[in-house]
Design a protein around this ligand. Sequence first.
Ligand code: CCH
Length: 290
Amino acid sequence: DSAKPSAAFVPTKADYEKVYNAITDIFDKEGYDDGSLAPVILRLAWHASGTYNKEDGTGGSNYATMRFPNEAGHGANAGLSVARDALEPIKKQFPWISYGDLWTLAGVAAVQETGGPAIPWRAGRIDGVEAHQTPDGRLPDAAQGSSHIRDIFGRMGFNDQEMVALIGAHALGRCHSDRSGYEGPWTFSPVTFSNEFYNLLLNDAWQWKKWKGPAQYEDKKTKSLMMLPADMAVVQDKEFKKWAQTYAKDEQKFFDDFSKAFSTMLELGVPKEQWKSEPYKVGQPEAAAA
Ligand code: CCH
């Protein structure tokens, strides 16, 4: 029985399918934001992985150190307790899965169930200890521009194209004034994964929002959408802009590139010998049939 922990229990792909299905069952939540927990859960998977430093191998998704108060309290992680708490009953239901595997698999589900590409994923992360936590400041600061984005994502090992593809995840979800200080969604359909982020960034007129909060942009036409200064860098920087234009024109190319980069991101910091298999696709029709 997959629900019972035991030293002898070796989960198979079918067991991860069960976890995946339990995760997708909690996404719909009437009255919360735009009706889905998928965006905030995707953000948890990214913040759990994006602390990686390729120079010394610290950080990344391996140890799920956001469970500890210090890292949970980093400014960038404000509000992510919503996602961690929502996943806790699933950890109870499947105690054999590590937090790192659970959170990253939940990120995969968030992308796939909102209409995004299949994200290859594999198991093998282990729960670490408090000493594995990384210092504050490893995640991007939304108030900054392209050189900061290159520093932060370059430290994880990503190139320009991958950075631009990854930030396209802002098609999903919204900013919360009581979490980051920023406010509002990036697109008109914040629970649908699409290339809309690039289309809006390139084709809408944007102006600074006049308000007491941190400097952010609003669309001139409806004033209901937002962009962060770091988002705007994606069209202000010539090299970044080329990729934004590519992804605005070709959603399939965005999906392909996002899938590769995000799959890589979810594996950052995990030693090779820990992986239990080659990456596979969970929650896809072919997987269900297998
Ligand atoms: Fe992001 N993001 N993100 N982001 N993000 C925020 C929300 C989401 C930056 C800043 C912010 C990625 C890259 C960046 C999501 C996915 C990704 C917020 C609002 C800020 C600020 C938080 C709040 O108030 O709740 C910056 C800066 C960068 C890069 O420079 C990447 C990469 C990903 C995923 C691959 C998602 C999803 C959200 C919505 C969360 C929600 O609760 O709706």
